[in-house]
Design a protein around this ligand. Sequence first.
Ligand code: ADP
Ligand code: MG
Length: 458
Amino acid sequence: MEFTAEDLWSRVLEEAQAHLKEQTYRTWLKDTVVVGLTDSDLLVEAPSQFHVEWLEDKYGVLLADVIRKILGRPLNLRIECGGAASPVPVPNIELATGTSSSPTPKFPSEILPPSFLNKRYTFDRFVVGDNSRLAVAACQAVAQDPARMYNPLFLYGGVGLGKTHLMHATGNAISKEAPSSRTVYLSAEQFTNDLVGAIQKGTTAQFRQLYRQADLLLVDDVQFLEGKERTQEEFFYTFNALYDARKQIVLTSDRPPKEIPGLEERLVSRFEWGLVADIKQPDYETRMAILIKKAADDNLTLEHNVIDLIARFCTSSVRELEGAVIKLLAYSSLTNQEITTDLAKIALRGTFGNQHGPSEGDITPKLICEAVAKSWHITEDALGSKRRTKDLNIPRQVAMYLIKDILDCTLVQIGKMFGDRDHSTVIHSIRKIEEKIERDPSLRRKIESVRENLGQVD
Ligand code: ADP
Ligand code: MG
């Protein structure tokens, strides 16, 4: 059965609509337009870059599943911002019929060509910080000279820290250098699903051949292999075949090989043959740099204090940082308000990692005082007392400053918390800290670390 691009996309939308809230559908999908369809790609335009990211981020998996369901095979969905995408030819394509098992296996690069790699995930767009320096250097070395230095390259780190981005960047760089090299990118989950499908259809021989022709094999999230013996066995043979043929393998996982429970020893040891590099959470400076770069790349104007607010509170991952920016933009455009720190506090309430954010539900004045007292090695009572010694003044002022900034309590309320001080004393204290933060980086860092620890104070 043949599909035109329009038919296919309208079926995808219909199906997606059934899975989504009406409001969600209207905001994010209704105004998309299909502009092209090839054997491997479906190209769709969305009204803004910000729609593109939101769709990729939140609904990419859903849409990919729907497409796969309708066509019976995966297709690379490329969403681009309206105007930016140049239309590609729109040939009709064959719909896989459940029964036809074609005798010649398709090489995955036909199904998943290099273009399947997300073009936005390049080294250029990746901000290098102390948290990722080794991983980035290793990926660049692999990209320059595949299968030489680090094979396999194993990247690990928590969710949303840039593993997939770096893996795609490596693939993109290699495809650019050697366009004819065959890159296969897939998640370990997809590998498992494809294997299960092949076993059911009795096509495991083709399945094997498929992956073993790759020049570059990128497998994302290998922790998914946990406890899946048959998949691990198959993966083991694929790995060996490629490794022996001197093909580059890059793997990612949320933890190092040894810590993946239920991963066979022989795979653990192979995964450690090359280089194992971790990516940690970015520090404040790196978070600022990422936000500034992101804003510049997307032509967004965000004031320094808004960026600073997001960087201070979104501490857990880069994905969280990006999500905060998108949410803020959505909020500002839906309510037609300028982006200010006040708007950011409202828009992002509750999204800042559960415990870190400026949501009153999580943080109380008492928690802030506890955190400050702990950090300055004084007692909470001393903080609240009337004593005016130098070693108490600064932490007391910091506590007032944080309570005002995070919880937005009134000056009078804050005065009451600190031994019934006058509101002018409170404002004076807060100003003092604001000035000091500008001039004194060590104090600024100390205050940042108090913020980060908030909610984790025991
Ligand atoms: P992971 O695979 O580790 O869960 P991703 O690679 O999907 O994380 O990254 C999440 C998002 O954050 C992506 O949109 C990615 O482009 C972005 N990102 C992560 N790290 C960085 C970085 N250092 N610089 C720029 N963008 C980054
Ligand atoms: Mg990932």
